[in-house]
Design a protein around this ligand. Structure first.
Ligand code: RB5
Length: 146
């Protein structure tokens, strides 16, 4: 499991943005693992979140990216899995702080509310920012204990 490997999944609303981000990750010589969905046929976002969460928890990759229409439903679903800390982000600052303060391991984006360039900037910030630790570690530990 290396940091360059990243899991991706989306529902039908997020599939085009997911494809754009998979391509961008490949251009950066990273290793995206695309878990679907692969077309515009309607699928349920909890199923896609479930799929990615299981792969993440089993150790296939340290980080994941989930996309639905708003990034909200798929994030709620992902956070039902112990060990997943999914953050729905709309800009670089939320993506950076989701890593630095919350040690988020899944970034959630909304394809109907976030454009491709902002999504890519969020993804870069999410992948490049380390967890700050310190007082934040205590808080993240409490998340795990809930
Ligand atoms: C699907 O139409 C839409 O509800 C879903 O992508 C998402 O936005 C839910 O949170």
């Amino acid at each position: 499991m290396t940091l360059s490997t990243i899991l991706l999944a989306s529902d039908h609303a997020g599939v085009d943005l997911k494809t754009a981000l998979v391509n961008a990750l490949e251009e950066r010589k990273l290793e995206p693992i695309d878990l679907g969905t692969h077309d515009h046929q309607s699928v349920d976002y909890p199923d896609m979140a479930d799929k990615l969460a299981h792969e993440l928890i089993s150790g296939k990759a340290p980080r994941g990216l989930l996309i639905c229409g708003t990034g909200i439903g798929i994030g709620i679903a992902a956070n039902r899995h112990p060990g997943v800390r999914a953050a729905t982000c709309h800009d670089v600052t939320t993506a950076r702080l989701a890593r630095a303060h919350n040690d988020a391991n899944v970034l959630c984006l909304g394809a109907r509310v976030t454009g491709v360039q902002v999504a890519l900037d969020c993804l870069d910030a999410f992948l490049e920012t380390d967890f700050a630790g310190g007082r934040h570690q205590r808080r993240v530990d409490k998340l795990g204990a809930i």
